[in-house]
Write a protein that binds this ligand. Structure first.
Ligand code: DHB
Length: 397
């Protein structure tokens, strides 16, 4: 079959692109390996920039992001056992919204279904075809093992951090930039009330902890751990005492605890593939770049890529006879500018908030000096707040 745009990957990036294209009458198909419920049950980060919220609400996705989502005015940076509140509206006239990524997926999948979108779940791409031609495509196997082929004008790789499509680009046609960290995150979901009104990013000599939320009754928390850590070695008691000692302080702050119903170790790295294009295949979101989780830039960055690529495709199809490829040719460079800003921010937040096992006494004191510098100055708080709430879409300055 032939479709104008073939999108590999039905996560938030692929579905958002599919939704935007469909709204402009640009026919497209999404090929996704997993089934709907597996994606819905995959827990990811939960912070949306205002612009990501706007992409959902301005384009006719169900408004659950506004009703179920929770608008946050700031974060609490906690170190040395003391809390430092950054108030985003005061600092940068912005807020963020806590809304879990799997809910974003749920809403997008529902909108595609409602609008008659062609989203093929449980279809495993086995080959990319003629990517350097004007009729690129993929071969895939459906859940019954039947092989199909679909082609279009463009192929979009939105197939996540382990992207199959990305790995089909021949050697010598790309560069990759990678940074590994000597730690991972131990993530839990628990039934408990909120421990504090805002998210707490805690630096301590025992390591980083993030006290996040999901609702009035369900909370999400993480603590820095060894990448090889096994969740089976962690009883509820052990998890709570580890989390508590990372937020302990003279103010006597106590976490609100409750039954833990999900435990996962999350590995992460910083990674960028350049360029984000090969022939007529474009890479968006995690397929092209991943960030460490501190600061929750992953989905926001994927949506920013989608916006740039959507506008380029819309211009291409909209201009009729004088097909304009200018924005498509600029896609990789345009998207990468923001990618590297987000890489810097995510690397910086991760490095500043975590404590390496082999840290020297000097480095420990220096790290506190950095946190004092940031929280102790309006400029410092603004710098963090501007990056956290997100640089304006379409601006590289
Ligand atoms: C969450 C995850 C993050 O990485 C972050 O910076 C903030 C919140 C979360 O899952 O809630």
């Amino acid at each position: 079959t032939k479709s104008r745009v073939v999108i590999v990957g039905g996560g938030p990036a692929g579905l958002m692109l599919s939704h935007l294209l469909a709204q402009r009458g640009i026919d497209n198909v999404v090929i996704e390996k997993r089934d709907h419920d597996t994606i819905y049950n995959t827990h990811r980060a939960g912070i949306l920039e205002q612009q990501a919220v706007k992409m959902l609400t301005d384009t006719g996705i169900d408004g659950r992001v506004l009703t179920v989502g929770d608008e946050h005015d700031g974060i609490d940076l906690r170190f040395n056992g003391e809390s430092h509140l950054l108030h985003f509206p005061d600092l940068v006239d912005a807020t963020v919204t806590l809304y879990a990524q799997n809910e974003v997926f749920f809403d997008l999948a529902a909108a595609r279904k409602r609008d008659g979108g062609d989203v093929r779940y449980e279809c495993d791409v086995t080959e990319v075809l003629d990517v350097e031609s004007d009729h690129p495509g993929v071969r895939y196997q459906d859940k019954d093992g039947v092989t199909h082929e679909v082609r279009g004008d463009f192929l979009v790789a939105a197939d996540g951090s382990r992207s199959f499509c990305r790995r089909q680009v021949p050697e010598g046609r790309y560069s990759e930039f990678t940074m590994h960290y000597p730690f991972a995150w131990f993530g839990i979901l628990c039934e408990a009330p909120k421990s504090a009104p805002e998210l707490i990013y805690a630096n301590s000599e025992h390591g980083f902890a993030l006290i996040s939320q999901r609702s009035e009754t369900v909370q999400r928390m993480y603590f820095q751990c060894d990448p090889e850590e096994n969740v089976d070695n962690w009883s509820e008691d052990r998890i709570w005492s580890e989390l508590q000692r990372r937020v302990d302080g003279p103010d006597g702050f106590q976490l609100k605890t409750g039954p833990i119903f999900d435990k996962t170790v999350l590995q992460f790295r910083s990674f960028v593939r350049e360029p984000l294009r090969y022939g007529n295949m474009f890479l968006v979101g995690d397929a092209g770049h991943t960030v460490p989780p501190t600061g929750a830039k992953g989905l926001n960055l994927a949506f920013a890529d989608v916006k740039v690529l959507f506008e380029a495709l819309d211009t291409f199809y909209g201009s009729g006879s004088a097909k304009n490829v200018g924005l498509l040719d600029a896609y990789s460079d345009t998207a990468l500018k923001r990618v590297w800003k987000a890489q810097n921010f995510s690397y910086w937040m991760t490095s500043m908030m975590h404590t390496r096992n082999d840290i020297t006494p000097f480095e420990k004191k220096r790290a506190l000096g950095e946190l004092e510098t940031i929280t102790g100055s309006r400029y410092g708080r603004q710098y963090l707040a501007e990056s956290y709430t997100g640089w304006p879409h379409g601006s590289t300055s």
